[in-house]
Design a protein around this ligand. Structure first.
Ligand code: B12
Ligand code: SF4
Length: 661
């Protein structure tokens, strides 16, 4: 990396506000998508924050240049456009805005932001997979990119671990070029600064102990729908195990982070996997740092000697696997030759045996898919392959993938609006699923997989370590689909909208119009969220694993009942509890009176409730009476009683959920 050369410029610019902004996407009504709480923090933000902090610590941009870094993730907070534009008005201050990690579906929003900042005279740069992939396979400059460059926005192609300092120096001195191309110069990651966790940023997410880290980049395979190979390359690069372990240790001690999403596209092909797993195992076993993680792997990973065993020992909680399709013809067409459909079940079992949850990625819309074949394949996925979770995607020709290049060359129709390239919209014409049938089948796949029956089946076969992890993911996924109809990976909790954050070209509603629509939406979303919560509570009641003491009491009761030839007296039940007390001293032994009451009032023994069906039935009937104005049929004492029971069950649900975290 070049050393600081421009001492003179520091006399002019003393303070630099560096805004790293991860843009969001517009929804189908043109509003910016934002949530009160997100689920997955952005790794690109963390990566660039790590690189910047390293420059600051080393004073690599000159001793007198003060860099103030601001992280803004538009998925969970509003971009303070006016404040950012004003920040440069202070003398000797420069504001640099970086639109980071811009994916194709975020490109239209990123463009609108870039143009606003550019008009205010700020220095603006944009990077990420869209620009890198779009320009990787095309010799020409597409019109959208040309427009940005003409507006003074600098476009950065490729990864910047070795060039971030140079870029910032050019930005501070006003010498930025219109386009930087680092694609052919991929950085070695081994000893580069690791992604930096920010506590302030994590506060905007559901789980504050959640961090991200990319332990390596690249993938040796050849899938035609994937952009990774054309941007990060086929040659695997990786970080040192010692640096990863040091970051995990520090993040635990300073921020309490214990769970990671290792964002590598294919951890199994990271040549350093064994050293990384060993280092994590040491942290867990010797330093008592309870680190856990999820990672992405390929379908052959389970065959790598010791891989699954070492992953489990290192704290792997979930693997995300690209099975993509159950139809071998589809896999062949997509160049995914490494996937063997007949081995999928063994693959899932290999991980499940060691209590690692399995989450498969499944694409709908390959050339051989038809409505019938998709339906059959999803049933087969649920009944025979039996993964714990599935994420469905609509096949999308992402710029930077061979699919996109082929369609461009053949001049096939692709939707001109990149905002829709989120694998959740139809952006091409499918030969066998026209007129909305493709989306219908895609939505049906989600519904079928996340049906109450399948969720219960998954939870019943989950080991207790994986149980709450699986249940919470179900809650997140169902909530995303039922409340907003959005892809869970692009959704958080409680949708927020700002009246003015609307896509250019959409009318700006008056305050009154906006409030009316929002009130309706919020009411519908609240109702959907409550429905999902109650459904998940029922799933939990029907599948929850009894504690060791509960199990013991049940077995004792059964034994006594058998001995008494089917007659069970209250005294027998108390005897079972007393025996359990000998083995589990902390167990509360109910008195005879309590047991008697508990027989009639589940209220006094909520742990014996295994369904909320009677409650649901009562509330449905009460609601009917209310609607038909038959108020005399509503019994206030029963309403109060059942409200109390409901509150008690809900508390118990939350209590168990919190205890599992
Ligand atoms: C992790 C991940 C996610 C996570 C994101 C959360 C997280 N924890 O980060 C989740 C699961 C939510 C996700 C969701 C989706 N993802 Co995703 N995801 C990834 C993945 C595997 C890793 C991202 C990452 O951390 N990369 C490492 C960072 C450091 O790389 P980077 O972003 O490219 O940044 C480097 C450079 O580009 C550069 N840079 C970036 N920005 C800037 C800015 C400036 C100014 C400069 C100078 C440099 C610069 O510097 C960085 C360091 O070198 C990538 C694949 C990949 N290998 O990157 C896919 C990927 C980004 N995802 C992709 C897609 C399509 C999606 C979804 C649409 C799929 C879906 N329907 O769910 C959604 C969209 C979500 C959204 N709206 O953001 C595509 C994007 C392709 C495209 N052209 O848009 C990718 C490339 C995967 C693929 N197979 O093609 N994803
Ligand atoms: S295995 Fe995954 S990361 Fe690798 S090329 Fe295929 S889709 Fe992309």
């Amino acid at each position: 990396m070049r050393q600081p050369t421009s001492a003179a410029l520091n006399l002019v610019t003393k303070n630099v506000h560096l805004y790293l902004i991860k843009p969001s996407q517009y929804d189908d009504d043109g509003y910016v998508v934002r949530h009160w709480r997100g689920v997955l923090p952005s790794n690109t933000l963390a990566c660039l924050a790590g690189l910047t902090q390293d420059l600051i610590d080393r004073k690599a941009l000159g001793a007198s240049t003060q860099i103030k870094m601001h992280l803004v993730d538009e998925a969970v907070e509003r971009v303070p456009v006016r404040r950012i534009c004003r920040s440069q008005r202070v003398p000797h201050t420069k504001t640099i805005v970086c639109l980071v990690g811009v994916q194709t579906n975020q490109f239209p929003r990123a463009t609108d932001l870039a143009l606003q900042f550019g008009q205010a005279g700020l220095t603006v740069m944009m990077g990420g997979f869209h620009v890198s992939g779009y320009l990787a396979l095309r010799p020409d400059l597409p019109a959208e990119i040309q427009e940005l460059i003409s507006a003074g926005v600098t476009i950065v192609k490729g990864e910047v671990e070795e060039t971030w300092g140079d870029l910032l120096r050019d930005a501070i001195t006003g010498k930025l070029k219109p386009l930087y191309d680092f694609l052919s110069n991929k950085p070695d990651l081994f000893d580069k600064p690791v992604p930096l966790i920010s506590k302030r940023y994590l506060r905007r997410f559901v789980a504050r102990n959640f961090g991200t880290l990319d332990c390596g980049r690249g993938c040796p395979f050849d899938c035609s729908f994937c952009t990774v190979i054309n941007v990060q390359g086929r040659k695997m690069r990786f970080r040192s195990a010692e640096r990863i372990a040091a970051a995990v240790r520090r993040n635990f001690q300073v921020h309490g982070v214990t769970f990671y999403f290792f964002t590598d596209d294919n951890f199994a092909r990271n040549r350093n996997w064994e050293a990384i797993f060993d280092a994590l195992s040491c942290l867990r076993e010797i330093e008592n740092i309870p680190v856990e993680f999820m990672m992405q792997v390929d379908t052959l990973s389970w065959r790598i000697p010791n891989f699954v065993e070492k992953a489990a020992r290192a704290g792997c909680q979930t693997v995300f696997i690209g099975v993509e399709s159950l139809n071998p013809e589809n896999l062949k067409a997509a160049g995914k030759r490494q996937n063997r459909v007949d081995e999928y079940h063994s693959l899932i079992e290999a991980y499940r045996r060691l209590n690692i949850s399995t989450h498969v990625a499944y694409i709908i819309g390959f050339p051989c898919d038809t409505p019938d074949s998709v339906r059959q394949d999803i049933i087969c996925l649920i009944e025979q392959v039996r993964p714990d979770h599935a994420s469905f995607f609509m096949l999308t020709p992402l710029p930077g993938s061979y699919d996109h290049l082929r369609m461009l060359r053949l001049r096939e129709w692709m939707h001109p609006d990149f905002n829709l390239y989120d694998s959740h919209h139809e952006v091409t014409v499918h030969p066998h699923m026209k007129n909305g049938l493709w989306k219908e089948n895609y939505v049906e796949a989600w519904r079928r997989f996340y049906s109450l029956e399948n969720m219960k089946a998954v939870l019943r076969r989950s080991a207790s370590r994986a149980y709450w992890n699986n249940l919470l993911r179900f809650l997140w996924y169902r909530n995303s689909m039922e409340t907003e109809g959005r892809h869970p990976m692009m959704c958080g909790f409680v949708r927020l909208k700002a009246r003015r954050d609307r896509r250019p070209g959409y009318p700006l509603p008056t305050r009154w119009q906006y409030m009316k629509v929002r009130a309706r939406e919020l009411r519908a979303q609240l109702a959907a969220s409550i429905r999902v919560l109650l459904e998940m509570q029922e799933v939990w009641l029907q599948t929850r694993h009894p504690s060791a003491a509960e199990q013991f009491v049940a077995e004792e009761l059964h034994r006594i009942q058998m001995a008494a030839r089917g007659r069970l007296r209250l005294a027998d039940e108390q005897l079972a509890h007393l025996r359990a007390k000998v083995r589990f001293p902390a167990l509360h032994v109910p008195s005879k009176i309590q047991l008697l009451w508990a027989k009639w009032y589940p209220l006094l023994a909520p742990s014996r409730v295994y369904t909320r069906a009677d409650l649901d039935c009562f509330w449905r009937a009460t609601w009917q009476h209310w609607k038909q104005r038959q108020w005399f049929r509503i019994q206030p004492h029963r309403v109060a009683f059942n409200m109390f029971r409901d509150a008690q069950l809900l508390l118990m649900f939350f209590f168990h959920m919190a205890r599992a975290q």
